[in-house]
Design a protein around this ligand. Structure first.
Ligand SMILES: *[C@@H]1O[C@H](CO)[C@@H](O)[C@H](O)[C@H]1NC(C)=O
Length: 284
C-alpha cells in the first residue's frame, strides 16, 4: 500500500516539474558551483554543518562597519530562478511527508540512493528543520507560500496587517565572485521592529527555512560596488542581542568578540526573503 502511495506521489511530482526527473531537481552546491543552494547560518551551535552553504552570510561585520567607504570581501551568489524549484501549492506540498523519520520512504519516492549527495542533502535539510530553535527564536520550515505567510502572520501578530519582502538585488549583469565590495551610499535603515528571514534549503522541491528572533534586529539596505564594478543593493541585518547565541557561532570567531557584547551584522543573498511589516516609509 505504502509503495502504491509513493508511486502516485512520484507521478504527481514528475508532473509538477514538467516531466523533469525528480533527480534533476535537487542540485547540490558542489554541482552548481556553489551558486544556488543556500543553507543558513544557524545561530545556535548545533546544526551549523549547514553554515557552509550560504557564503554571503558567512561574512560578518559590526554596526560601525555600515558606513560609506567601508570595504569588505563578500560573495553574493546570483539567483538563477531557472534552477530553483518553485514553492508548491499548499495542498500538493502537504500531501508529501516532510519528516526525518520518513527519510527512507522519501529517498525511495525521489529515487535517491542512500548516501548519495542528494540523500545527504535531504537528510541535512530535514535534520536542520527539526532541530529546536535557540532561546528567543522561532523557526519553521515551510513548503508552500501559504505556509510561509501563516508563519509571518503568527510572528508579527494581529497588530501588523501588511507586510512585504525585501531582498538583495543585483543591479548589474556581470558574473559575481568573491571580491571586495565598497559601500557607496549611506545605508538606509528599514523600519521594522520584527522581521522574518526565510532561506532556501536544498531539497527536491522548494523548502524555505524561516526564522525570527524576538530580540532587536536592525535591517538596512546597502548600496555596494564590487572591484569589477558589480553593483548590489544588499539587505543587511544587525542582530543587536547575541547573548543567547552559541559561543561557537562562527561570527564570534570571525569578529573576535564574545556573545552579547556587540551587534553582529551580515548580508543576505538574493534568494533569501526578508519579511518586514509595511509602514508608510517602507512602502515608498
Ligand atoms: C580586499 O582588499 C584587501 C586590501 O586591499 C586585500 O588584502 C584582500 O586580498 C582583498 N580581498 C579580495 C577577496 O580581493
Amino acid at each position: 500500500m505504502a509503495s502504491v502511495i509513493f508511486s502516485l506521489l512520484l507521478l504527481v511530482l514528475i508532473a509538477i516539474h514538467g516531466g523533469m526527473c525528480a533527480r534533476d531537481v535537487l542540485k547540490l552546491p558542489s554541482e552548481r558551483g556553489g551558486h544556488e543552494a543556500h543553507g543558513d547560518h544557524v545561530h545556535g551551535g548545533e546544526g551549523s554543518h549547514l553554515d557552509h552553504l550560504d557564503p554571503s552570510i558567512m561574512i560578518f561585520f559590526t554596526l560601525p562597519d555600515l558606513k560609506v567607504g567601508k570595504t569588505m570581501p563578500v560573495y553574493f551568489p546570483k539567483r538563477d530562478t531557472s534552477l530553483s524549484p518553485r514553492l508548491l501549492p499548499r495542498e500538493e506540498a502537504e500531501s508529501i511527508p516532510f519528516s526525518f523519520y520518513q527519510l527512507q520512504d522519501l529517498l525511495r519516492l525521489f529515487s535517491f540512493k542512500p548516501n548519495s549527495p542528494q540523500a545527504r542533502a535531504m537528510e541535512d535539510t530535514l535534520h536542520h528543520c527539526e532541530t529546536n530553535p535557540i532561546n528567543g527564536e522561532t523557526k519553521r520550515c515551510v513548503t508552500s507560500r501559504e505556509a510561509m505567510l501563516d508563519y509571518v502572520r503568527e510572528t508579527f501578530g494581529d497588530e501588523v496587517s501588511n507586510f512585504q519582502t525585501i531582498s538583495t538585488a543585483h543591479l548589474t549583469v556581470s558574473p559575481t565572485h568573491f571580491q571586495n565590495y565598497t559601500i557607496i551610499d549611506t545605508p538606509r535603515p528599514v523600519l521594522a521592529d520584527r522581521m522574518v528571514a526565510c532561506h532556501t534549503l536544498p531539497y527536491p522541491y522548494a523548502v524555505f527555512y524561516c526564522h525570527s528572533q524576538e530580540t532587536e534586529n536592525r535591517v538596512f539596505e546597502v548600496s555596494l560596488e564590487g572591484e569589477n564594478k558589480d553593483r548590489v543593493n544588499a539587505v543587511a541585518v544587525c542582530h543587536m542581542d547575541t547573548s543567547q547565541w552559541s559561543r561557537n557561532h562562527m561570527s564570534f570567531r570571525v569578529l573576535g568578540i564574545e556573545p552579547g557584547t556587540e551587534p553582529v551584522c551580515h548580508y543576505f543573498s538574493a534568494d533569501n526573503l526578508v519579511w518586514v511589516p509595511t509602514t508608510a516609509r517602507n512602502a515608498e
